[in-house]
Design a protein around this ligand. Structure first.
Ligand code: FRU
Length: 523
């Protein structure tokens, strides 16, 4: 079943039929609010203060600030007519909430998209001393959807002349009408293509990505599309960007696509292709689609635009949920968080291009008390404790391992309510198992607790490095420097306050391990 049928059902339930143009909300800094300490409130992940959030949108860096926009429904904790919520950060760690940036209008509500800083004023929307920032988004018209017109999604732009605070919709919207009447036609994101001196826009058109080119961001020409022959899955939120392959001068293009069903562990997930883009066509063996994250909870992952050349990084963020259950997770005032911002790196091992992702280095500024463990041989259970007190804060654990004889090993997080979340690495079948099925008493959704999740792991390396970021309602796992990622959310009835490393059937040789207590980003 396609999601919008489901979403339309939710809309009907909420009695919301027309777009709500809302009223201007004042800027509030989260620090002023006590309610950032409610049960399940992430302490180091971005969340809206209240109400519904999904995909990250329109991210760009400009004059010292990272801007983050997001799909937002300010009137409810379930999905509804979309706005773009807005926040900024100087370090990708601590966020300040800003007023809603884009409201629904007579063309429709504001679905996902991107934003670029038009430094050379190619759009002509700027002035001599005002650089235009141009957001591309989908206008979604519910009346058209209800009337089954099939052209109810169109691409539009908005621009800001004050560095991203205030936004004006472009008078000529939509800039890409839906002439072919494609029901799923959305999520435009733009990148500058230096060689052809053109802007390239990618959008999802059901099971394909369509590419458009423009020299001014307002007039777009269709140039090509890319898809997998016979693929029946719905594609969403594409992102296209060049990347230098680590340790070489080779440049490749990465195309990220979020996939609405049949993700490795069920439901929705972000994937990518690594290929070549010549200004017109993206070429890549479609067989080479890979998962950006093997967990259930990293969707619509997209990257920031306009990071300074001196920085040189590619940094992105995903929505830390899954459409299978996002609207019924047990939080009361708000729904959903973003993943931690991640730096991407591209490696080529034997012509196998792999995107690694790790938390950005700025994240380490949240680390406070730490406990370091030296060499340990573990044959049973070893509780990690020290100056660090997991009941007092969230934590960041790094474990470095030697090739081990243990048949299986892992990390278990527990609380006083006999609930647990565990990650087990099993050498015999070359997999990791992530078990959140015992992470709460109140099982709000069958889909959420249906099974233990898995990912393939290579145990033939001499050493292995594992990092876990544990927040009130999530664990992000980064293996071997980010070669494999696994993001999982959970809702225990009490915080997990015990962390144990375990080994079964042999010896686990830990070279060293460190646990850091993490400060909250909201104080
Ligand atoms: C992805 C998505 C996008 C769409 C938005 C609507 O989660 O379905 O394709 O633009 O959410 O909120």
């Amino acid at each position: 079943m396609q999601k919008f049928t489901y979403l339309a059902f939710i809309l009907l339930l909420s009695g919301i039929i027309a777009c709500n143009t809302g009223s201007e909300a004042p800027a509030v800094t989260a620090q002023q609010n006590d309610y950032y300490y409610e049960p399940h409130r992430p302490q180091f992940h971005f969340t809206p203060e209240a109400n519904w959030m999904n995909d990250p949108n329109g991210m760009f860096y400009y004059e010292g600030n990272y801007h983050l926009f997001y799909q937002y429904f300010p009137d409810s904790t379930v999905w509804g007519p979309m706005h773009w919520g807005h926040a900024i950060s100087e370090d990708l760690v601590r966020w300040e909430h800003l007023p809603i940036a884009l409201y629904p209008d007579s063309i429709g509500c504001i679905f996902s998209g991107g934003a670029v800083v038009d430094n050379n004023n190619t759009s002509g929307l700027g002035t001599d001393n005002q650089t235009p920032i141009v957001a591309t988004f989908t206008h979604h018209d519910f009346a058209g959807e209800k009337a089954k017109t099939n052209d109810f999604q169109k691409q539009s732009i908005a621009y800001s002349l004050d560095g991203g605070k205030e936004w004006s919709k472009y008078k000529g919207n939509p800039v890409i009408p839906n002439t072919e009447k494609i029901k799923d036609f959305r999520d435009p994101k733009v990148v500058w293509h230096e060689a052809s001196q053109k802007w390239i826009l990618v959008l999802a058109a059901y099971d394909k990505v369509k590419f458009y080119a423009s020299s001014n961001l307002t007039e777009w020409e269709f140039i090509s599309d890319f898809g997998i022959e016979g693929d029946q899955r719905l594609w969403e939120c594409p992102d296209l960007f060049p990347m230098k392959v680590e340790g070489s001068d080779e440049m490749k293009w990465v195309l990220i696509v979020s996939i609405q069903k049949e993700a490795p562990n069920g439901g929705t997930a972000s994937s990518y292709f690594v290929g070549d883009f010549d200004g017109t066509t993206f070429k890549c063996d479609p067989e080479n689609q890979k998962w950006l994250d093997w967990g259930t909870d990293n969707y619509a992952f997209v990257t920031w635009n306009n990071l300074p050349e001196s920085d040189g990084r590619t940094v992105g963020i995903g929505w830390m949920s899954n459409w299978q259950y996002a609207q019924i997770v047990p939080t009361e005032k708000w729904r959903s968080a973003m993943t931690i911002p991640r730096e991407l790196k591209l490696f080529n091992v034997d012509e196998n291009y792999t995107l690694y992702s790790m938390p950005t280095k700025e994240f380490e500024s949240l680390r406070s008390k730490s406990t370091a463990f030296g060499q340990m041989n573990i044959t049973d259970d070893k509780m990690l404790k020290g100056t660090f007190d997991p009941s007092q804060s969230e934590f960041d654990v790094t474990i470095n391992l030697q090739k081990t004889t243990a048949e299986s090993f892992g990390l278990k997080l527990e609380n006083g309510a006999e609930e647990y979340f565990s990650i087990e690495f099993n050498k015999a079948d070359g997999k990791m198992y992530v078990d959140r099925t015992h992470s709460a008493k109140n099982k709000f959704s069958d889909k959420f607790y249906d099974k233990v999740h898995t990912a393939p792991v290579d145990f033939n390396r001499e050493t292995m490095n594992i990092r876990f970021l544990v927040d009130a309602a999530s664990c992000e796992i980064f293996i071997n420097g980010g070669e494999l990622n696994f993001t999982s959310i959970f809702f225990p009835s009490e915080k997990f306050n015990k962390a144990t490393i375990f080994a079964r059937g042999g010896k686990l040789e830990v070279s060293n391990a460190t646990i850091y207590e993490l400060n909250s980003i909201w104080n």
